[in-house]
Ligand binder design. Structure first.
Ligand SMILES: Nc1ncnc2c1ncn2[C@@H]1O[C@H](COP(=O)(O)OP(=O)(O)O)[C@@H](O)[C@H]1O
Ligand SMILES: [Mg+2]
Length: 319
């Protein structure tokens, strides 16, 4: 019988999706892509294959999971299997530079960014391209905000780059990026399922750059004070700008991405800049609960399960 296969490398992120599958009585199996053996001469099983490989997989000692996933996706695709978030999605998941190039094709603005290969070139590149300005240093292949740092000037960047704390980017590529100063300390993450906008969540950034919304990543109290009244760290908001939404949906369609969380910041002058595309997206259960979306097909996991269930129902019955 055909099933839904979830390709992933982090069991901690699976339970909400598992619950949504089980609630809908959908047949599903996980493929944990850290180790494995695949007979390339044999056809894969019948089903719908949902790729959730994460850019941060190397931080969980799964250094080669993304490479393994790329190989498995090629095998699945060569056999004509229905893959959700296939090779195109993985390609962007693991490279912000490729994300920005693909976004530019759809007139989506991104922060000014300089690509640097080589630790010894970082500081001179910062002095040349971002003189007297705050700078964000982030790895090209990121995830969960790990390794993303703000420096108020090139001197403090130099101190860090020369120190033992310096973190080497896993693919050797660093990005220097303009610091986008938001009038309020929030970023917006727009969630898309089946290629369509589902909802947006505002994330309070007061506590720093590690913004994974999954419960499994929560660190301490999730309520941050903003102004007079306490505000939740993750808060679902109504839609996003209609023109931006359309451009993002076109970008996703073109890149072969069906499930995504796209992050952007609006600065004081009103520019909206997209800086991160997550094809392995997690959802904040408390925020969904407060918005009345929990356990419905309007929640993230519910929408994905409903979408994959519909794709499974569309498959021809195996002979
Ligand atoms: N250019 C920027 N200006 C201001 N804040 C930024 C910028 N880039 C990243 N950040 C902050 O750092 C967080 C993590 O950066 P991001 O690019 O999303 O990396 P990751 O892929 O690891 O999630 C963002 O959610 C945001 O809060
Ligand atoms: Mg991010």
């Amino acid at each position: 019988m055909s099933r839904i296969y979830v390709l992933h490398e982090n069991p901690a992120w699976l339970p909400p999706l598992a619950a949504a599958f089980d609630q809908r009585r959908l047949p599903w199996t996980e493929w944990f892509l850290h180790h494995g053996t695949f007979d390339l001469a044999a056809p894969p099983p019948e089903g719908v294959f949902y790729n959730r490989m994460s850019a941060s997989s190397h931080t969980r000692e799964h250094r080669y999971s993304a490479e393994l996933t790329a190989a498995v996706l090629a095998w699945l695709t060569s056999h004509g299997r229905r893959v959700v978030n296939g090779a195109g999605a993985l390609d962007l998941e693991i490279s912000k530079v490729r994300q920005y190039a693909a976004l530019a094709l759809h007139d989506v603005a991104t922060p000014r960014t300089v690509l640097v290969a080589g630790r010894e070139q970082i500081v001179s590149a910062a002095r040349q391209h971002f003189p007297d300005a705050p700078i964000i240093l982030k790895p090209n292949r990121g995830g969960k905000g790990l390794g993303v740092r703000l420096f108020l000037a090139a001197d403090s960047l130099a101190t860090y780059v020369d120190s033992d704390d310096y973190e080497h980017p896993v693919d050797g590529l660093q990005l220097l990026q303009e610091y986008v100063r938001a009038p309020r300390p929030v970023i917006t993450r727009a969630e898309f399922v089946g290629g369509h906008f589902l909802y947006a969540v505002e994330v309070d950034t007061t506590e720093g750059f590690e913004l994974c919304p999954a419960d499994a990543c929560a660190i301490g109290d999730a309520v941050c004070p903003v102004g007079e009244s306490p505000r939740q760290k993750f808060e679902i908001v109504d839609g996003i700008d209609a023109a931006l939404r359309l451009r993002l949906e076109r970008f996703l369609a073109n890149a072969g991405i069906e499930v995504a969380g796209i992050e952007f910041i609006s600065d004081e002058s009103g520019r909206t800049l997209v800086y991160d595309v997550n094809t392995n997206t997690n959802y904040n259960a408390d925020a969904e609960e407060r918005a009345g979306r929990a356990d419905t097909s309007r929640s993230g996991p519910g929408a994905i399960a409903a979408f994959l269930g519909a794709e499974l129902a569309r498959l021809p019955i195996a002979a």
